[in-house]
Design a protein around this ligand. Structure first.
Ligand SMILES: Cc1ncc(COP(=O)(O)O)c(C=O)c1O
Length: 397
């Protein structure tokens, strides 16, 4: 290793440590569930995972993955268009399209790959892409890669600003409006009814990344689009299989046949990167079946969200309002958020503190995420820990 470069890396890392913003990886030795065991600190209640429906260790989801591994082997050792497409890819893609009410769908190894594979493929020269400023990093990077398109950012959830940006673009130009369905750091929902209305008025194509909405929002867990009664009215939906729908990995773009065909032909992760592993596709299929077959999972998740929000408020916390499974508590400085999450971990509660640059400076937060896997006793124990830690750190009275 080049010594000068290595010293530079170490200096940068020391600066993170000095600022109290260094991230420590926790080594979990058990499946993701209501509680996990961590090599460094022992058992903890998990309030930090995207395992919203508690399906990550669901026996049918696990068995389906094992069966997929047995049947299809470890992988195709190839990209999709060479010899990497299995019949299970077709099955999961048909299922996702049916689940979301789109014409078709295409899988990627992650939603990161889906967003960064989609955006530069369609936002080409002569087009414009208008993106909410708090969109997920994969959307931001996807937009950065669309170097030939006009790229515009509107203020978070500010429909007047979105309209002003759209109104300034030539009427006949192809325009994309892109937003998270549920914003991952705020837990709030995109104003999809207004976005759809504006898109109609200005003839724009709508793209919604519903990674945190799928399996959480909507009467049957179809996501934020179902929540607003807009099924069939969003042009392109992206999402992950790595959160509510099994939690392993995997992402997708859902839209028309022509869109999917275009991505198969041109999207760079499709052309130059391995296909979704069959085992993940099999587990995700089982996870969607579990969601459809067990609506009580959604009821439990929603009860847990309401119970924990109310419990936090009773203790004197002021979590950001919202309908999703993400409950952020703003604490200010990044080092404080990290200190608080460390203190909670000592109390047996695993919840992550997020600071700059993941969120704007001065708005560091503890991000609680609810799961249907959690039982009332877990929630009560976690609330007691929040009470003790909040008092010690004088965050609550
Ligand atoms: C809104 C959003 N989009 C995309 C991703 C990336 O998903 P994946 O882990 O499948 O790459 C995330 C993950 O945190 C996300 O929150």
């Amino acid at each position: 290793m080049n010594q000068v470069f290595n010293r530079k890396l170490r200096t940068d890392l020391d600066a993170l440590r000095d600022a109290g913003t260094y991230k420590h990886l926790r080594h979990i030795t058990t499946p993701m569930a209501a509680t996990v065991h961590m090599a460094e600190t022992g058992d903890a209640i998990v309030l930090s995972s995207n395992n919203y429906l508690g399906l990550a260790d669901n026996p049918r989801v696990v068995e389906a993955g094992i069966e997929g591994l047995r049947h299809y082997g470890a992988g195709t050792a190839s990209v999709r268009f060479i010899c990497g497409t299995l019949d299970i890819h077709k099955r999961i893609e048909e299922r996702i399209a049916q689940f979301l009410g789109t014409g078709n769908a295409l899988t990627y190894v992650s939603c990161w790959a889906a967003n960064t594979g989609l955006i530069p493929t369609i936002a080409v020269e002569g087009t414009a892409i208008v993106s909410d400023e708090l969109n997920h990093a994969s959307i931001i990077d996807g937009c950065r890669m669309a170097t030939q398109a006009q790229r515009l950012r509107y203020k978070h959830a500010d429909m007047a600003d979105l309209e002003a940006k759209l109104a300034n673009l030539a009427p006949d130009m192809t325009k994309f409006v892109i937003t998270d369905g549920v914003f991952s750091m705020e837990g709030d929902l995109a104003k999809l009814p207004e976005i759809v209305a504006l898109a109609k008025r200005y003839n724009a194509v709508t793209i919604v990344d519903d990674s945190h909405g799928t399996g959480v929002m909507g009467r049957t867990g179809r996501g934020t689009i179902e929540h607003f009664g807009l099924t069939g009215q969003i042009d392109i939906i992206t999402g992950t299989l790595g959160k509510a729908l099994g939690g392993a990995a995997g992402g997708f773009v859902a839209g028309s046949d022509d869109l999917v065909e275009t991505l198969i032909q041109k999207s760079r992760p499709q052309l130059f990167s391995n296909a979704l592993p069959a085992t993940v596709a099999c587990s995700a299929l089982a996870a969607i079946d579990e969601l459809d077959g067990h609506p009580e999972l959604l009821t439990t998740l929603r009860d847990n969200i309401a119970y924990f929000r109310a419990g936090l408020k009773k203790l004197g916390y002021g979590p950001l309002e919202g309908d999703s499974a993400i409950i952020p508590i703003i604490v200010g400085e990044t080092s404080f958020a990290i200190k608080m999450s460390d203190a909670l971990l000592k109390e047996g509660v695993f919840v992550t503190g997020f600071g700059y640059p993941v969120v704007p400076e001065g708005t560091a937060r503890i991000r609680v995420q609810m799961s249907a896997a959690l039982e009332r006793a877990h929630l009560d124990r976690a609330l007691s820990a929040f009470e003790r830690v909040g008092r010690t750190l004088t965050l609550i009275p």
